[in-house]
Every structure is written in structure tokens, then in C-alpha cells.
Design a protein around this ligand. Structure first.
Ligand code: AMP
Ligand code: TRP
Length: 348
């Protein structure tokens, strides 16, 4: 490895992560991301969380809905336990350092790197890739800019974002090497817990997603107790009872998914859950899971709807977060301009 290659240890620990406000938050977002964002904050680490509205518009967004969903996502973060005094919470478009750095990264990253992204391939599979937006193709470059504008070292995400984070590492390494600097950290993905990949309730081989056309496939953080309970009771399963060890869940994607959801909500391992429910039929397990999900999620959903009654207060909170984010990112991006040879002589 060349001297220019950094390890995150040489940079102070700083956590950054983002969520697209392109639809309501799901149980997948909660278990794969939000719940862990809160844990990191509560460990006392510096945490920066961003509602990535600029990423959202890589596919069409109705303006009024986008505004509504951005506020809803902010409310979801706060309701789930993000404290805007301890974490920085803001929407991406209010801090222009992100797009400025993204352009520079567009000139560092290679076309080949982007075309190898499985998310790009999946999103354009069977469709006319020529008709996809240029922004969708360059999406990972903006994501790298989100992270590196803060020199963040650790990024908690779900499994689906692993490849994008590898690309962020590649961009940091290439920038450092091209300009012979030790400027950007090489970030560490933080993919941990029992539910880094929550699957659809209708098809255990597909990710639970806010963009799935079937509302039955997911639990939304805006669903009421009755809806959550019904969706779990109707979730697709097989006919067999639960095994007494995790190996027995192999080739049973729906059963495995429900066990993982239970484990993540209860704060147990999947192994503990199958031990507790060894031999149980879904007729027993599903109601137990439904009760657990309602108990864990309904305080969040009710707090979210309370917060949504005061949109001006939400806007105030994310505006304040944006000012704090800008204070960190601005000097970093200004240094980048200097490193790459841009003249910055304008008087302000
Ligand atoms: P997105 O909703 O695509 O912006 O994702 C925001 C965060 O939630 C990312 O860290 C994702 O990895 C995570 N996430 C989204 N869907 C799931 C899922 N079904 N299971 C686990 N994590 C997820
Ligand atoms: N691409 C991420 C997703 O869809 C969202 C995201 C954008 C993000 N920028 C980020 C996640 C920076 C972590 C860090 O899930």
C-alpha cells in the first residue's frame, strides 16, 4: 500500500449516514439504519445524519410530496430517538458543500466504477438505461461527497449500501494518490445487527422497500397498530414449524426474515429467538412478533404524528442542523478547492 493510503484510525471518529426522503420510512430503514443511528448517538460518538433530498431527485419526485416526506423522515428520526442537540440532523440540499464536492468526485471517479454498481444495474434492469437520469448514474459520487465533506470515518448502513461505500473508499484513495495528500479518510462501513437486510413480507428474497408497489410487503413507520399486526399475520411463510437452530432457516427465506425481525426488535440474536420458539408454528410465532412490533413501533409512530403537526418546528430543527453541518463541511471543501488548484480570490 502506498503511503497516501489512510486508515480511519488517523482521523477522529465521526459518524455520517443518510436516508432518502423518497417515500415513508419502513421497518427496514428502522432496523437497518435508524435504530442503529440512535445507538451510535447514545454511545457519545459525534453523529451527523442527513435526509438526502438531492439523491431522492435522481428519480422523479413530486415537489409537494418531497417536502412532506422530508419532514416526515425528520420526524421519524426524532421520534426514534435522534436528539437534534446531540446529533446533527439536516437535509442535504441546505448544505451546498455536498454537491460541490460531488462534482469534483465526478471527475475523480471512473465511468467503469459507476457502471459496476449493482444498484444501478438493478434499477435499470429490463428498462431503458438510456432513459435513466445522469444523476442516478452518478448517485454514488454524491454519496461519497456526503460522507467525505465531513471526513467521516464510520458509516452505519444496511447491507445494500456496502458496494457504494467501497466506491467511496476508492474515491478517497484515488483523490489522495492523485494529489499526493493524506486528506480523506478511507471510511469503514458499519453493517451490524440482526437485521441488516429486512426482506419483503410478501417475498423473502426481495428487500423490504419503500418503492415496492405492494403496501403489504412492508411495514411503514406511519402504520397504526392494527395495520402492523395485520401485515405480520398475513406475511408469507412456509408450512413448517420453526427449527431449534439458525442453520435450520437456510432455504427458508420468509421464516428467516421473521426470525431476524423478531431478534432485531427484541435486541436478541436470531439463535436465541429460534431457541425460544423451537418447534413453534407460525400460528403462535406471528402473533408474538406482531405484539412485539406494535410494542416497539407504536410509541415511535405516535410521536411522529405529534411532531408532524408542527412542520415549522421541524423546518427550524433541520435548518439549525444544516448551519452546524455547513460549519464543518465548508472549510473542508474549501481546502479541497485549494488542493486541486482552483483560485479562490472572491471577497465576501
Ligand atoms: P434508503 O431508504 O434506500 O435511503 O435507505 C436508508 C438506509 O436504510 C440505508 O442505510 C439502507 O441500507 C437501510 N435500509 C433500507 N432498506 C433496508 C432493508 N430492507 N433492510 C435493512 N436496511 C435497509
Ligand atoms: N444511498 C443511501 C441509501 O439509499 C443513502 C445515502 C446517501 C447515504 N448518502 C449517504 C447513506 C451517505 C450513508 C452515507 O440508502
Amino acid at each position: 500500500m502506498s503511503d497516501a493510503v489512510q486508515t480511519p484510525q488517523t482521523f477522529p471518529t465521526r459518524i455520517f449516514s443518510g436516508i432518502q426522503p423518497s417515500g415513508g420510512l419502513t421497518l427496514g430503514n428502522y432496523l437497518g439504519a435508524l435504530k442503529r443511528f440512535v445507538e451510535k448517538q447514545d454511545e457519545g460518538i459525534e453523529t451527523i445524519y442527513c435526509l438526502v433530498d438531492m439523491h431522492a431527485i435522481t428519480v422523479w419526485q413530486d415537489p409537494e410530496k418531497l417536502r412532506q416526506q422530508t419532514r416526515e423522515a425528520a420526524a421519524g428520526f426524532i421520534a426514534a430517538g435522534i436528539d437534534p442537540a446531540r446529533s446533527i440532523l439536516f437535509n442535504q440540499s441546505q448544505v451546498t458543500a455536498h454537491v460541490e464536492l460531488a462534482w469534483i468526485f465526478n471527475c475523480i471517479a471512473r465511468m467503469g466504477w459507476m457502471s459496476r454498481m449493482t444498484q444501478w444495474k438493478d434499477k435499470t434492469a429490463g428498462k431503458d438505461a438510456e432513459a435513466a437520469s445522469l444523476g442516478l448514474f452518478a448517485y454514488p459520487s454524491l454519496m461519497a461527497a456526503d460522507i467525505l465533506a465531513y471526513k467521516a470515518t464510520h458509516v452505519p448502513v444496511g447491507e445494500d449500501q456496502k458496494q457504494h461505500l467501497e466506491l467511496c473508499r476508492d474515491i478517497a484513495i484515488k483523490f489522495n494518490n492523485d494529489y499526493k495528500v493524506n486528506f480523506f479518510p478511507v471510511v469503514e462501513p458499519v453493517i451490524e445487527g440482526a437485521a441488516t437486510r429486512v426482506m419483503s413480507l410478501r417475498d423473502g428474497t426481495k428487500k423490504m422497500s419503500k418503492s415496492d408497489p405492494s403496501d403489504q410487503s412492508r411495514i411503514n413507520l406511519t402504520d397504526d397498530a392494527d395495520t402492523i399486526s395485520k401485515k405480520i399475520r398475513k406475511a408469507k411463510t412456509d408450512m413448517d414449524p420453526l427449527p431449534d437452530n439458525v442453520a435450520g432457516l437456510k432455504d427458508r427465506p420468509e421464516a428467516r426474515n421473521l426470525v431476524n425481525i423478531y431478534a432485531a426488535l427484541a435486541g436478541h440474536t436470531a439463535a436465541q429467538v429460534v431457541q425460544d420458539y423451537a418447534g413453534a408454528q407460525f400460528g403462535t410465532f406471528k402473533p408474538a412478533l406482531a405484539d412485539l412490533a406494535v410494542a416497539k413501533l407504536s410509541p415511535i409512530t405516535s410521536e411522529m404524528s405529534r411532531l408532524m403537526k408542527d412542520p415549522a418546528e421541524i423546518d427550524r430543527i433541520i435548518g439549525e442542523g444544516a448551519a452546524r453541518a455547513d460549519a464543518i463541511a465548508r472549510p473542508i471543501v474549501d481546502q479541497v478547492y485549494d488542493i486541486i488548484g482552483m483560485i479562490r480570490s472572491r471577497q465576501v
